[in-house]
Design a protein around this ligand. Structure first.
Ligand SMILES: [Cu+2]
Length: 236
């Protein structure tokens, strides 16, 4: 009986997945799924070498997806939910502990036609283990904020069309690889004015390895520090 219960418990946990569903621009909700490449379901990506790591499953094209116009220096809020509802349950499920990161990549032409491959991604946000003594993670803050977290788009980025890639890594079953769960959502935006910065860039997939200490990690052993995978944050 005990075995049955633990199997049921892990199934319940496994089903408690989530997707990015809303983008806010300077505090204004742009509407459900607007500007977003929508994956077929809320399952995570677990293979860090897969092209699904770029913008989730079916995420290499954004044809038919609206590209949101944003001013330089905008505050972008990404909002995630488990299911087709904004209330009535944890936004991203409290059992999912880990870092929250945001990357941005400039499209050579339109965001909708951009597949995000190659060394094009700049990390602009990363939040991980916030308080080792309470084991509070960035994901706990996202849950407390109804699924939302915000990032300021550096105003020194050149005008043009971009993909913004939000990433939440759930580490509750990450002590072996594959195990870490990558929740990814890509928004298409057009920055109307800007600067001339040329930030450092990495490939996704490419920048992560299964052996990274931020990807294969036991978070249930009184973890005192955590280094999220990928490069350091570029702050503009
Ligand atoms: Cu899940």
């Amino acid at each position: 009986m005990k075995v049955v219960f633990s199997i049921l418990a892990s199934l319940a946990l496994a089903n408690a997945h989530f997707t990015m569903q809303y983008v806010w621009v300077n505090g204004v909700d742009q509407g459900k799924n607007v500007g977003l490449r929508i994956p077929p379901n809320n399952n995570p990506v677990t293979d860090v070498t897969s092209k699904d790591l770029t913008c989730n499953v079916n995420g290499l094209s954004g044809s038919g997806v609206q590209t949101l116009s944003i001013p330089a220096g905008a505050t972008i809020t990404l909002e995630w939910h488990q299911h087709d509802q904004r209330t009535g349950e944890d936004a991203i499920s409290g059992g999912h502990k880990g870092p929250v990161q945001v990357y941005i990549a400039k499209a050579p032409s339109t965001a909708a036609s951009f597949d995000g491959q190659g060394a094009v991604w700049t990390k602009i946000y990363s939040s991980g283990l916030l308080n080792p003594s309470t084991q509070q993670w960035a994901t706990d803050i996202v849950n407390a904020n109804g699924g939302k977290h915000s990032v300021v788009i550096p105003s020194s980025l050149p005008a043009g069309e971009y993909l913004i890639r939000g990433e939440i890594i759930a580490l509750h079953v990450a002590s072996t690889y594959p195990g870490a769960q990558f929740y990814i959502g890509c928004a298409q935006v057009k920055i109307s004015s800007g600067g001339s910065a040329n930030p450092p860039k990495v490939s996704l997939p490419g920048a992560y390895q299964g052996s990274d200490p931020g990807i294969t990690v036991n978070i249930y052993n009184n973890l005192q520090s955590y280094i999220a995978p990928g490069p350091s944050v570029w702050s503009g």
